[in-house]
Ligand binder design. Sequence first.
Ligand code: ZN
Length: 427
Amino acid sequence: MGTAAKPTRENRTITVDFRDEATYFRLIKDGKAFVEFVLAFLLFLGFQLKHQASCRGGGCLTRHSHYARIRLGGVTIWRIQCTACKAVFTVLPHFVLRYRKMPPEVARGALLATHGGLSLERCAVLYHISPVALYRVICAFGRQSLVTVLTRCGLPLPPYFLADEKHTYCLTNKAYLPTIVSGRVLWHLGYTEDASAVALTQSYSAFQRAALQQEPAYRVRGILTDGFDSTTKSLQTLFPGARLGNCLRHALIKLPKKLAAIAPPVRRALRSQFHTLWSRARQRKGLRVFALGQRLRHFVDHVTATAGPANGARVRRWVQEKKAGWYTVLADPQMPVTSTLLDQAHNAIERKLFAMKGFHHPGGNQQAFLTGLAHLYNLVPYQRRAQHAGQCGVEVEGGRLPTRDWLLNLQILTSGGYQRAPETLYH
Ligand SMILES: [Zn+2]
């Protein structure tokens, strides 16, 4: 359930926006006009078709064959073929979802409700579909990687990013979601059943592989984490050249937990002094790192004087352990300073994870499901009263979208038959 066996043939389906159904039904009667329309749409997107690896192309396409989609009440679907490499592309009109009889308008409502945090079961009741059907639609979109979809929108691979794992449960098993965020978009949302450095490395390496496939020269300059040991180890292994920083906001949150058995006003006063230390360190640009080392030493002395030697020793050990990561953040002005945007992404995904519980079984595909949810996170526009109302995360980050319609964008951008045109053609 949930995972169809991997198709042996490469998925070369493409979704094309024919504007309205009448245009489509008119075009399918005229082979030449049909192929021309598809070519014009490709040109508009700035995409290319995914030909056979050996194909030198020429871009000559011919209408190849058609088949009737019985489940959809007999809509005729055309295939087109490259005359050079013989690769065959299935052209799906915008009003048909790949392999599904669910009309896009039903999928639109159900996906939006899921994205808003409603359980699959409730969404299914609202839209008169089965929860499994909705689960499968999300998984189907999730088969295309986040890196592919985001780079198709013209977003550059992130030189700096935030990385951390979300701890969650699948039925009664602990599970972890290794996550990479840059600004408002999720670049990776993985799934592992243990939190070892080996497991995390394996998950984060899926992002690395996809990124290097897009851009062989891709190098990560800086990564911000919350300092969890396995996370740091796995990222060091995968991106040996990257600076690893520790989140400064996390430092503020953690301090009170290091102070045991003291009166609340003393703890509050120390926290506020620690806060001042950070804001001053961030203002002093040139000498930031030097000044920070000195200030941290003074602060630890102050803790020892006001909260006792035991607390002083604990805070000193903690500062020793974390300060390299804090220095890294202050030393590079482009490094992200806090992991707030990653926490926001995790909070948004958390509301949907309850849905995983009912779908955790050997045949389920947690990875595809999570990637599907992450596509929604990146492509569904923010609601009217939000800060970036009407825009989606990809747009906020400066990406270009094929159309004004998020569901159609999701259909087009996750199509297996497209690939990004080489940049050289456009610069
Ligand atoms: Zn070809």
